[in-house]
Design a protein around this ligand. Structure first.
Ligand code: SF4
Length: 458
C-alpha cells in the first residue's frame, strides 16, 4: 500500500510528519512522492494564522480530487486544523475520511488503515500525548539536516496566539532522550541539528529535576566532537566543521545569560539568535501579553553582541495589532533601524474570534497594516543589503544543500537558517570536483544580493 503525506506549516509540524511517516513505514507502507500513486493521502495541517488555515483547506480540497477517478481510497487530515476547528471540521470537509488532532499523532496508523472514529474525528486533549515518544521511528525529509524537537506546547499567554490551545501547556523532553536522538541523527549523517519548540529558550524548566537549554546545548555541542571524525571547530571561520547546531524560536523572557555564554563558548553552535519580539511599544506588548519593555530588548541584544562577536540576530514582528497607533509603529520602526537585525520577519496581525486579542478595541484597517508591513520590509531590505556587502572577500563554511545548475550549488552559511533566511550560492571551477549534498564547502564571497550571497569554492 502506498501513502503520500503533505506536511504544511512550521518546523515543529515537520517533525510530527516525519514521526508519523516513520510509524507508517514501520507498519509496512511505502511512502510515495506523487499523490497520484497513493492509496491513502495524509495532510498534516497548520492553522496558526488565517492564511495558514486557508492554505491547509485549499490543499485538502486539491488532494481530495485524487479520490474520484484515481487510486486513492482514503484521505486523512491531521494536526492543527482539526484541532482548532474541532466542532465544525467534519461537516465542512465531507471529502475527508478521518481527522486526527495534535493529541493523536501516535494513532496515525489506525487512521490510515481505515479505523472509524466517532464523528470521523480523533481529538483527545493534546496534553495527554508525550512531547515525542521515546525512540519513535522517524523518516527524515532531508538526509543532511534535521529539526530536533526539545519540547511541545507552550505555557506563555500571548493574546494573539492559538498555540497553547492547540498544543497544550509546555512539556519538555528529558535531556537524555533529546541527546540520544541527536546522537542517532548525527550518526545517520545529519550535519545540521536545529533545536525547536514553541518557546525553545524556556526548555527544561517544567522537568523534575529541572533542566536548562544551556546544559542541553552544551551536551549536544560535545556530541559531534566525540562521534564525528572531523574537528567540529570554528563554524564561522575557515575550518570545515563536522556538524553544527542551531537553535530557533527563543523568547525574550526566557533566554538567559548561561545560554548566551554557551553559544559563545562552542564553535559548533551557530552564533545565531532567533528571538521573536513581536513589538517594542509598551502599550502593545502589554496587550499582547508579553512582559518586557523596549529597554529590556535593547539590553538583551547589546549583551548578545558583546558576548558573542559576529552574532547573527533574527526576530519577527507583528504589525496592525489592535490599538497599534502611528506612534507605536514609529517606535517599532526606529527600533528596527537602530538594532540592525541580520534577519527580520514581519507578519500582519491575523484576527480570529477564538483569540483574546479579537476582543481588544481599535482594530487596525488592513490597508494601514499593509503600509506598515511594507515600510518595515523596505527598511530591512536596506539593512540586509548593507550587511551582506560586508561579507564580500570573506571566507565562510557553507553547508551544501542542492544543485542549481552545472557547477553551481545552493547552501547555507551558519548565519542562514533554512526556509526563512537567504541562501549562499557556491560556484565550482571546471577543475574542481562537485560537492556531495550535505558536505561543507569553504568559499570566498564574491558578490552579495539583498538576501543572498555568492562565492567561489576554494
Ligand atoms: S510564546 Fe509563541 S507559541 Fe507561545 S503563546 Fe506566545 S506566540 Fe504563541
Amino acid at each position: 500500500m502506498n501513502l503520500f503525506l503533505l506536511s504544511l506549516g512550521c518546523a515543529r509540524n515537520q517533525v510530527d510528519s516525519e514521526i508519523m511517516l516513520g510509524r507508517i513505514k514501520t507498519a509496512g507502507w511505502t511512502i510515495v512522492e506523487d499523490p497520484e500513486e497513493a492509496d491513502t493521502i495524509v495532510v498534516n495541517t497548520c492553522s496558526f494564522i488565517e492564511d495558514a488555515a486557508d492554505e491547509s483547506i485549499e490543499m485538502i480540497l486539491e488532494l481530495a480530487h485524487y479520490k474520484q477517478p484515481g487510486k486513492c481510497k482514503r484521505l486523512v487530515v491531521a494536526g492543527c486544523l482539526p484541532e482548532r476547528y474541532r466542532d465544525q471540521i467534519a461537516d465542512q470537509l465531507p471529502e475527508v475520511d478521518a481527522f486526527i488532532g495534535t493529541g493523536a499523532f501516535d494513532r496515525i496508523v489506525e487512521a490510515v488503515e481505515g479505523s472509524t472514529f466517532s464523528g470521523g474525528c480523533l481529538l483527545p486533549d493534546p496534553v495527554t500525548i508525550s512531547p515525542q515518544e521515546k525512540d519513535a521511528p522517524r523518516a527524515l525529509s532531508a538526509s543532511h539536516m534535521a529539526y530536533l524537537k526539545v519540547a511541545e506546547g507552550c505555557s506563555q499567554h500571548c493574546t494573539y496566539c492559538i498555540i497553547p490551545k492547540l498544543r497544550g501547556k509546555k512539556r519538555s523532553r528529558p535531556p537524555q532522550e533529546v541527546i540520544a536522538e541527536a546522537h542517532d541523527l548525527l550518526a545517520a549523517g545529519v550535519k545540521e541539528l536545529i533545536l525547536v519548540a514553541q518557546d525553545t529558550t524556556s526548555y527544561g524548566k517544567d522537568l523534575q529535576p529541572s533542566a536548562s537549554l544551556s546544559q542541553l546545548v552544551e551536551s549536544l555541542a560535545r556530541l559531534p566532537l566525540q562521534s564525528l571524525p572531523s574537528s567540529g571547530t570554528a563554524v564561522n571561520s575557515t575550518n570545515i566543521p563536522g556538524a553544527w547546531i542551531r537553535v530557533l524560536y527563543g523568547h525574550p523572557e526566557s533566554i538567559d545569560e548561561a545560554f548566551i555564554k554557551t553559544v559563545a563558548s562552542y564553535s559548533n553552535i551557530c552564533s545565531y539568535f532567533d528571538i521573536p519580539i513581536q513589538h517594542v511599544s509598551s502599550a502593545i506588548l502589554k496587550k499582547m501579553g508579553r512582559n518586557y519593555k523596549r529597554a529590556d530588548l535593547e539590553r538583551l541584544f547589546d549583551k548578545i553582541r558583546r558576548e558573542v562577536p559576529g552574532a547573527s540576530l533574527r526576530t519577527t514582528l507583528i504589525v496592525g495589532f489592535p490599538g497599534e497607533s502611528e506612534q507605536d509603529f514609529n517606535a517599532l520602526l526606529s527600533f528596527v533601524e537602530n538594532t540592525q537585525f541580520d534577519h527580520l520577519g514581519v507578519f500582519l496581525y491575523s484576527d480570529s474570534e477564538d483569540l483574546r486579542s479579537h476582543r481588544l478595541p481599535d482594530h487596525v484597517p488592513a490597508e494601514v497594516a499593509q503600509e506598515r508591513y511594507d515600510q518595515l520590509m523596505s527598511c530591512q531590505l536596506d539593512i540586509s543589503a548593507r550587511k551582506y556587502q560586508q561579507y564580500i572577500g570573506q571566507t565562510l563554511s557553507v553547508l551544501v544543500e542542492e544543485p542549481v545548475e552545472k557547477k553551481l550549488y545552493a547552501g547555507r552559511a551558519p548565519f542562514q537558517a533554512p526556509e526563512v533566511d537567504g541562501m549562499t550560492y557556491i560556484k565550482f571551477g571546471p577543475a574542481q570536483p562537485d560537492p556531495a549534498i550535505g558536505s561543507f564547502s569553504q568559499i570566498k564571497v564574491s558578490d552579495a544580493m539583498e538576501y543572498d550571497l555568492i562565492g567561489d569554492a576554494i
